[in-house]
Design a protein around this ligand. Structure first.
Ligand SMILES: [Zn+2]
Length: 393
């Protein structure tokens, strides 16, 4: 794997506040002339085919109606993700430990695994305890957490573990600056709280990229598109494999697996939880809104890149409907009130949609919105209390 001396400019995805301006046509005559105005009107006129229906009407049991709708939406989303649903497996992929080192309050195993499309997945597995007592953990039924990193400088699992800066050319200073900015080392925090934690690199991040530069990142996105896939779909399949490995890890109770992620990792959390019902509870931080409403403020989406490509999504549904696929399993959504990527109005509207699904499922108390005063980052209090309630270690 090649190393590099200088850090190339990052793609500013979900990291940097975009300038906010509202596109206003100068008068009625020119409405539709400019692309932003024209496309905003297109978005406003779309009626999604599988938006969340009114599940409390029609004489059908709401829980049954919800499950039927969820199945229809999952079927449609596989196509948008570029994934053949029949190819998805919960089998444990081949994997191996390539390194084991002590961490602060845990032991860190570096693993490789058989990834999607013949690729090789990479992850850390953090096992609570010390080298002497965690190498051969007993079958005491520890809960497991899949901790999913975001976009920061194309680093990967290092962002959530706070360790491993030597692995792919990142300096300790770069890593600690990013973790300080996003408070993203939640994988390590949960390992110290007694969970077995797996932290898969997303395709194109961490060990899974040779060049962290913006041009390389954009080119990778194009190639994925030309092949007919999406980043979200490929990463979903790799994350499902990581979940399978965690479920099979010695000492882990496979019936007690949770997922948490920030930003791009929040999106990965949404998808793996929506599509893999082995996930018992989820915390989505810094990735919740309605895309439909964000388009009204054009520049907000300027901070999103090819990692977010989902062709035709708004013809079928919007992000809150995808999140509603997690119902009735316990779900915490965390957003900063000052996060420049999302309007509070859109977050509130999206949460109302998700809440309707939980109500229909008979579990209105299993979903919560954790709004904090701050920007685009993770705040540990809410998620740690959530896991303590719904998935104690
Ligand atoms: Zn990206």
């Amino acid at each position: 794997m090649r190393r590099f001396g200088a850090i190339l400019p990052d793609v500013k995805t979900n990291d940097v506040p975009p300038a906010v301006s509202r596109a206003t046509p100068p008068d009625g005559q020119s409405a539709g002339l400019h692309a932003h105005d024209f496309l905003q009107r297109q978005v406003a006129s779309i009626r999604p085919r599988l938006g969340l229906p009114d599940l409390l009407r029609g004489g059908v049991d709401p829980g049954t109606a919800l499950r039927d709708w969820q199945q229809s939406l999952r079927d449609a989303l596989w196509t948008i993700l570029g994934i053949d649903a029949d190819s998805v497996s919960h089998a444990t992929p081949a994997w191996e430990i390539i390194d084991t080192v002590p961490g602060e309050g845990f032991v860190r195993h570096q693993i490789r695994y058989e990834g999607v499309l013949g690729g090789t997945g990479s992850a850390f597995v953090l096992v609570p305890g010390t080298m002497s007592d965690s190498v051969a953990p007993g079958s005491n039924g520890l809960a497991g957490i899949v901790a999913l990193h975001g976009h920061g400088n194309m680093l990967g699992k290092e962002l959530v573990t706070g360790t491993g800066a030597d692995i792919n050319g990142a300096t300790p200073e770069e890593l600690s600056e990013l973790i300080g900015r996003y408070h993203s080392d939640f994988g390590a925090r949960f390992a110290r709280r007694g969970y077995v934690v797996i932290t898969p690199d997303a395709l194109g991040f961490g060990e899974r990229v040779a060049d962290r530069g913006a041009q390389h990142h954009q080119a990778m996105g194009r190639v994925v598109e030309y092949l007919g896939y999406t980043h979200t779909g490929l990463r979903l399949l790799d994350d499902i494999r990581a979940l399978s490995i965690l479920s099979a890890w010695p000492g882990v109770d496979a019936s007690r697996i949770g997922v948490v992620g920030l930003s791009e990792g929040g999106k990965r959390t949404i998808f793996v939880s929506a599509f893999d019902e082995r996930v018992r509870t989820a915390v989505v931080s810094g990735y919740f809104t309605t895309i439909r409403q964000e388009v009204e403020v054009w520049n907000r989406l300027g901070g999103w890149d090819l990692c977010n490509t989902l062709p035709g999504l708004l013809r079928v549904a919007d992000l809150p409907e995808i999140v509603a696929l997690i119902a009735p399993r316990p779900l915490l959504i965390q957003n900063g009130r000052g996060d420049p990527l999302y309007t509070l109005e859109a977050v509130a509207a999206g949460f109302e949609t998700v809440s309707r699904a939980y109500t229909a499922a008979g579990a209105p108390g299993s979903v919560s919105l954790d709004l904090f005063d701050g920007g685009h980052r993770y705040v540990s209090d809410g998620p740690e209390a959530w896991f303590a309630q719904w998935l104690p270690a």
